[in-house]
Design a protein around this ligand. Structure first.
Ligand code: SAM
Length: 269
């Protein structure tokens, strides 16, 4: 938009929802006019173009960063753009893979590792809801748990997360997955998608006690995909070894590495 304005173009087709759809904006001398009637001055748009780690929305002709401090966790949550779907930053750490891939492809890899998804699915950590949304395309019911209300607030403002709020097959729970998992009946889920933050941010979700609960709520022949991180990295290899040991201790006899999805698939047989 800035370049087109410099060239003196009066109109431009752009994506205003992070590459999902396109719309036409009017480039006026003082400001840019959006289709819904809002406008933004050119200095504000310069500021957006200089920041590569934040997404923004326009409200009342002013810019609002999609970012917030969580009173709950004491961490800053924000939405970061990529060439594909955006990711969520927690204390500056991206919640999806963005190196040599993108959050959308990352999500598809996780789902592919345990496809086909059918019946009741538990998605232990909602985040931006990408895994829950993808799972709900084939499963009959998806329960997704998020500990931090700020994550849900960020997801509400993310165009790529809207099915999380609109798909009646998805039930959202705000709570700690470590506690919430105890509420489900034994054998209720056919599949679990476990995509926790890194070990240092959420140690409970890598514990034997949590894996025992995951084993209990899975039905016979059920499977859990467990995201861990780059298996080639030093920390990834170390965490993976500990996770495999505890999963086996919890009862998962067969634990198979899923390196393309940076995780493991644990089978309840
Ligand atoms: C890696 S992201 C999940 C990404 C998600 N699968 C997606 O597709 O967008 C991890 C999320 O887990 C949340 N979280 C951290 N600890 C949790 C807990 N104990 N219970 C539930 N959610 C938790 C974080 O707030 C964050 O939103």
């Amino acid at each position: 938009m800035l370049e087109a304005h410099r060239r003196g173009e009066p109109r431009l087709t752009v994506s205003l929802d992070l590459n999902l759809t396109e719309s036409e904006v009017t480039l006026r001398p003082e400001s840019i006019l959006f289709p819904a009637g809002e406008s933004l001055d050119w200095n504000s748009l310069e500021a957006v173009s200089e920041n590569e780690t934040n997404c923004y929305y326009v409200e009342g002709n002013a810019l609002q960063a999609i970012k917030g401090f969580s009173e709950f966790s004491g961490r800053v949550y924000g939405l970061m753009p990529t060439a594909s779907a955006p990711t969520m930053l927690i204390s500056g750490i991206p919640m999806h893979r963005i190196k040599d891939t993108n959050p959308h492809q990352d999500t598809l890899q996780k789902i592919k590792a345990i496809a086909p998804l059918k019946g009741n699915v538990l998605d232990t950590t909602t985040g931006l809801g990408y895994t829950a949304i993808e799972a709900a395309k084939t499963a009959s019911h998806v329960v997704t748990i998020e500990i931090d209300p700020m994550a849900q607030k960020i997801a509400r403002l993310n165009p790529w997360s809207q099915a999380l709020f609109e798909n009646p097959k998805i039930a959202q729970v705000i709570g700690d997955a470590f506690d919430e998992i105890e509420r489900f009946e034994a054998g209720f889920f056919s599949t679990i998608i476990h995509d926790p933050p890194m070990f240092s941010l959420a140690g409970d979700l890598y514990s034997l006690a949590f894996y025992q609960q995951a084993f209990r709520v899975l039905k016979h022949n059920g499977r859990m995909f467990h995201y861990i991180g780059d298996p080639e990295s030093k920390s990834g290899a170390r965490v993976t070894a500990g996770v495999i040991r505890r999963l086996q201790e919890a009862g998962f006899k067969r634990v198979v590495r899923a390196p393309r999805a940076f995780g493991l698939v644990a089978h309840k047989e």
